[in-house]
Each structure stands twice: as C-alpha cells, then as structure tokens.
Design a protein around this ligand. Structure first.
Ligand SMILES: Nc1ncnc2c1ncn2[C@@H]1O[C@H](COP(=O)(O)OP(=O)(O)O)[C@@H](O)[C@H]1O
Ligand SMILES: [Mg+2]
Length: 332
C-alpha cells in the first residue's frame, strides 16, 4: 500500500478513537485485506520517489494499493505518480493517469461532457490576472471554485455570489489563497447527489446517494462546504447526513446512466464517485467526477456498495482485481 506518510496508522492503535482518526481509511483497508488473507506492506511517502522504486524492487508486490492524493504537496502530481507506476510496470488500484488528468480539471472535464450532451452547469474560467466578465448565458447566483482543488477546498458560504462585486472578491480570493485559476459556474439550486461507479470496461453503478442538510438555516446555501466535509461538529450542527436517495425509478435510471457515461467519457478506471445536482425543475446536472474516492468503511462509497450487496471485503477485492486487469498500454 502506498499512503501519505502522515496517514500511516500507528502499529498499536488500541486506545485511539478510530472513528475520527485521520488515517481511518488506510487502517480499514489494511485490516480488512489482512483478514482476507492478503499480505500487506505499507509504505508512507511524501516526496521520495527513490524510496518507492527501491521498495517495489525489493518487495515485488502483485499490486500497489494506491491511496496517494498528491506528491510532494502538489495535488496534481497524483496522476504523475500513477504514470510512474505504469512505467515501472507495477499494477495499481484505482484510476489511470489519463482519467485522473481529465477529471481533475473542472473546465476541461465539463467541456468533454458537454460535447457528449451530458448536462453540466454553464461556466467560465478566470485565470490569475484576468478581468472578470460574466458571459450572457449565466445569471446570478453563481458559485466560484478552484479549477483544480478537491474535497471542497476553498468552498464556503461566500463561494455563492449574488452580484458582480461578490463575484470579483471571491475570484480574487481563489487566486490569492489557492493560487489556481477560478471556475465560475451557474449555481444549481437543488438536491446534492453522489453516485459510485466501479469497473474498467464493464461498469457497475452503485445506488444514488444523497446529502441532506436538515438543520441548515434558510439564509444559508445548502452546499457541501469545506467546513461541512471536514468537520463532524458542523455536520451535526447543520443536520448533514447521507443516505440512499428517494427518487422515482425513472430519475434513478437517468442519473445512473449519466454517471456511467461520465465515467466513460473521462476515461476513468477502477472506482470513482460522480457528483451531481437535481434542480427544482427536475433537471440533473453533473458537477464533477472524483477518481479514487474515500474508501473508509462506513463512508458513502462503501455504504452505497453495501446497499448493492457488495460487502466491504468484496469491494476491496474487486478493486484489486480491476487493478490487476488494467492494461496501461491500451490506447482506446
Ligand atoms: N454549480 C454548482 N451549483 C450548486 N452547488 C455547487 C456547484 N458546484 C459545486 N457546488 C457545491 O460545492 C460542492 C463542491 O463542489 P465540487 O465541484 O464537487 O468540488 P470538490 O472537488 O471540491 O468536491 C458540491 O458538492 C456542491 O455542494
Ligand atoms: Mg465534489
């Protein structure tokens, strides 16, 4: 297993609150794989490519369980690391480099999806130093995000803007604090939906999951901010929970079909979660695709797999099998 150094679980975790441990996913996966009879060696890395090379040469693993989301502190380097594994000809779990690259860029991915007639919010990009000019097809409220960051980094209530001044300020904020381009999207007021997909060529779509904000005051936007995603305290405060979405079968079929298409158009492999929104008129929009989503036991992805009768053990086993089957030389 390749994991971030600071997320390597302690050798003896007794007495530690596992549920809130930062390294819960790493721990859950290692323990489960070991219980299934796998021999797991864990390598914690930050920026040491040589160490990876040496360890792989020494251990000659059947597969690398890849849990790296950045390299040397650079989030976009996760794709380079997977490319490196391909060059070393070592099988790995999760998404291939091309899929990671396409899904990461929230503008490029939307352009590809739009070409395939998959509904996405209208948007425009503002590079650092560029002036903000709102195209005619967009109307306030809009939402401002980083073009590349994930896990709602940079997303707060102030991300949703209602006029040009708020928009300019928030774009400036993204440029200054995250040092990336900003993407400005039509704000889709409605329900927040997540769909897991597993596979390389033949895909299985998991049940549609919904995030609800039961105690969110009416004067706040019902969005998955960084604060909400990262803090159990805030989830509790605003009554944020996730569960299988209650929707008409026709809508479920449509959403699952879209999720599959997104996965294919963006060349994803292994496992991924597609984020969507359903607006008040019943229209579905794809927000983004997340290759290698959180695999903790009890988290959305594993829970929705469980609903589809795929146990946590089977889920991990399938992910390993898909990694072993992935052919890096395939060109289509
Ligand atoms: N166009 C949009 N309309 C409404 N809400 C949005 C929109 N884009 C993002 N959000 C909200 O912000 C959250 C994070 O945005 P997302 O594009 O999924 O980026 P991240 O990679 O940070 O998860 C979403 O889960 C949703 O709640
Ligand atoms: Mg998201």
């Amino acid at each position: 297993m390749l994991a971030h150094k600071h997320l390597v679980p302690p050798t003896d975790p007794s007495g530690i609150d596992l549920v809130n441990a930062e390294w819960k996913m790493e721990y859950d996966i290692i323990v489960t794989l070991q219980e299934q009879g796998h021999k797991v060696e864990l390598l914690g890395v930050d920026d040491d490519l040589l160490k990876i090379h040496q360890t792989l040469a020494r251990l000659q693993p059947n597969i690398v369980f890849n849990l790296m989301e950045s390299f040397d502190g650079v989030t976009t380097f996760d794709q380079n690391l997977v490319s490196y594994l391909e060059l070393l000809r070592v099988p790995y779990t999760g998404c291939n480099p091309r899929g990671m690259t396409l899904a990461r860029d929230k503008s490029l991915s939307k352009k590809l999806l739009a070409y395939h007639k998959i509904p996405v919010p209208e948007f425009f990009v503002v590079r650092p130093g560029q002036k903000v000019a709102v195209p005619k097809n967009l109307t306030f409220p809009l939402i401002v995000k980083s073009l590349f960051y994930e896990a709602s980094v940079g997303i707060s209530q102030a991300s949703v803007v209602k006029n040009i001044n708020q928009l300019k300020n928030r774009v400036q904020f993204i440029h200054n604090t995250l040092e990336t381009s900003a993407i400005v999207e039509q704000f889709i007021d409605g329900r927040e939906l997540y769909v897991g997909v597993i596979g390389n060529e033949k895909l299985q779509v998991l049940p549609v999951w919904e995030m609800v904000f039961r105690r969110m005051p009416d004067n706040r936007w019902r969005i998955a901010t960084e604060q909400i995603k990262s803090s159990a305290k805030h989830q509790k405060k605003y009554g944020v929970t996730t569960y299988q979405a209650r929707l008409p079968n026709k809508t479920i079929d449509h959403i699952q079909h879209l999720a599959k298409q997104v996965y294919q158009v963006l060349s994803l492999s292994g496992y991924a979660r597609i984020d969507l929104r359903l607006d008040r008129q019943g229209r579905v929009f794809v927000l983004e695709a997340n290759p290698n989503p959180n695999l903790s036991y009890g988290e959305d992805f594993a829970e929705s797999a469980e609903k589809a009768k795929i146990s946590y053990e089977d889920l991990l086993e399938r992910i390993i099998q898909l990694g072993l089957k992935w052919d890096p030389e395939r060109t289509s």
